[in-house]
Design a binder for this molecule. Sequence first.
Ligand code: APR
Length: 311
Amino acid sequence: MNKISIIGAGMTGATTAHWLAEREIADLVLVDVVEGMPQGKGLDMLEAMPIVGKDVTIVGANDYAATAGSDIVIVTAGLARKPGMSRDDLLKVNAEIVGKAITESLKYSPEAIFIILTNPLDTMAYLAMKIGKLPRERVIGQAGILDSARMRAFVALETGVSVENINCYVLGGHGDEMVPLTRHSNIAGIPLRNYLPADKLEAIVARTRKGGGEIVNLLKTGSAYYAPAAACAQMAEAILKDKKLIVPCAVHMQGEYGLKDMFFGVPVMLGRKGLEKVIEYELDADEKAEFEKSAASVRETHEALKSLVML
Ligand code: APR
């Protein structure tokens, strides 16, 4: 059986385990600093397996020995921004947490592929690659699948068409400057721009950009976790099954789209090696300008990280 470890057994981590357990593709390990919590959640989920008929083991732990031999490590450990905390404060705290998650995981699973979810996502993935001295194939940030799924859900609500027929591509950094590519998005092959009036499409794009904030405002405490976790599970499945699935993910740019040495959300092919290929869309002038704006904002956070941590 394959093995997936999830670092951080909070809302996203535990929900990722839940989606993954239902897929019956790997034994699961949940790691968290809180004593007893990952063990309790793991045992509870394990006890659900006879009911759903899935033969996987799920264990919780406070140390990394339990993660030994993982094929994939999903990092969701981190803090959310608290009142009074600047973005740089958060960056520093999460950089320490993610840095430790990577170095500890690598001691026990030197060949693992890492999926990074902790925010600021693009920059945490960059940190993971540098700290772990990993090839770019093995560090993939989750963001684009979630942002695209939000747009797909809103298009489905507006049109009444099955979500399965709706293809949307949201690229760029995981922030307000993300780039929903309406020209490439379609419903069963019909360009979205032909299917929906411009004002409706604009409203959907605006709602997509603020998708994370909409959930935070509703929940009051905490942020989205069902959809982010579902995205992580889809990525892990694509990797383990060597599906060659093309989805938007944050990966290390090495000249593609004119970007270098930074993580950015672009369409990629996922397979058993992790990142197997970066897919380059042809962009028009407007799209290029949006890409550049989003890249500038990601670069700023990367620079802030470099001023805090020696990489
Ligand atoms: N090692 C392991 N786990 C840790 C560590 C650490 N060093 N530090 C914190 N954690 C754990 C916390 O104990 C908590 O259980 O990480 C978990 C985070 O869970 P939640 O607070 O429920 O946060 P969640 O909603 O899951 O989001 C986690 O993912 O989507 C991003 O922006 C989000 O960065 C955030 C992360």
